[in-house]
Design a protein around this ligand. Sequence first.
Ligand SMILES: [Zn+2]
Length: 122
Amino acid sequence: MPSYRGSCHCGAVAFEIKTDFSEFTKCDCSLCRKKNAVMAKVHEDQFELLEGEDRLGLYQWNTRTAKHYFCKSCGIYTFHRKRIDPAFFGVNVYCLDDADLTGVPIVEVDGKSMFVVGPDGR
Ligand SMILES: [Zn+2]
């Protein structure tokens, strides 16, 4: 499987994923909408953080299962560990530096109807 390098805007955070780009996902939950995120799903075995572990900020909400990472210097969302299966990462495809993203189908995920905890869940 081909590998692709990704990074945040300032370059502090860098990572590499292996993927065949079969599909991307877009989710309509309250967080993904605001991030305007388009994501590639990869297993943790296909993900390697190369640089910037100490620069990663962590945002958690709702059930606090998913771990949403971002660069503390430039604020860019880079990747997150998924709530449905934390062994998988959702990766911000626009952080991939030299990947041709044209023609990859984008599947819309119904994140809005996922179970939400508490009044501040959504
Ligand atoms: Zn950065």
